[in-house]
Design a binder for this molecule. Structure first.
Ligand code: DC
Length: 215
């Protein structure tokens, strides 16, 4: 493997890209950044301070002062923070501030796996490997629903599906850095795969791409 490797993983909400990114980072001994958490942290800072989500100046300040070392996955994973994050993710000045931090993270040795919506297209266009992970919206809704039920909660499948479709539309149709596969991304559709199969498939794709890049 080259001295410094960056793997970019993009895809829609609940596609399994986060789990894959974490497992790939472990497997290849790389750092990992879930860039969704950076948008969520900015949104949560505004929610905590009761600042309206359309206050661009406040959101930009929160983005500029964000420290990647203090991202608390648990408190950032709630539904309301996710909804708020997809709204502040529309703001170009917030995106610029966060992309700068994400690039600095990717540059740290020995390299990193970053997952998000615009990693292969904007944040790390020179990444050695780019994966675009998808699954059909009903499959993603079913997985989300199962996660909640397994954790002892109750959830309405139709509501989750509607939410996923709304989030997809917002992420794919925004003007700045919309969610889409980079032209050189490898596509991985996990609709028919469990996580073990998705991981072994992703691992083979990464190894092959790295071997080709070195050859
Ligand atoms: O992946 P997630 O659900 O944690 O992301 C939350 C929101 O952040 C999502 O609706 C879109 C936004 N996001 C983004 O615009 N760009 C990224 N690289 C990561 C997330």
């Amino acid at each position: 493997m080259a001295d410094h490797v960056v793997i970019a993983i993009d895809g829609p909400a609940a596609s399994g890209k986060g789990t894959l990114a974490r497992k790939l980072a472990d497997h290849f001994g790389l750092n990992h950044l879930d860039t969704g958490l950076t948008y969520r942290a900015v949104a949560k800072a505004l929610l905590n301070a009761q600042i309206p989500l359309d206050d661009i100046a406040a959101a930009e300040t929160a983005a500029r002062t964000l420290s990647l070392s203090s991202l608390d996955t648990l408190s950032l994973s709630t539904h309301s923070v996710g909804e708020a994050a997809s709204k502040i993710a529309l703001m170009p000045s917030v995106r610029r501030a966060l992309v700068e931090k994400q690039r600095a993270f990717a540059a740290m040795p020995p390299g990193a796996v970053l997952d998000g919506r615009d990693i292969g297209t904007v944040v790390c266009p020179d990444a050695a490997v780019k994966l675009y992970v998808t699954a059909s919206a009903p499959v993603r809704a079913k997985r989300r629903w199962q996660e909640i039920v397994n954790a002892g909660g109750t959830a309405d499948y139709d509501e989750i599906l509607a939410d996923i479709e709304r989030r997809d539309a917002r992420d794919m149709n925004r003007k700045d850095s919309p969610l889409r596969p980079a032209i050189d991304a490898l596509l991985l559709d996990t609709s028919e795969m469990d996580i073990e199969t998705a991981f072994s498939t992703a691992c083979s794709m990464v190894k092959e791409a790295l071997a080709e890049g070195n050859g």
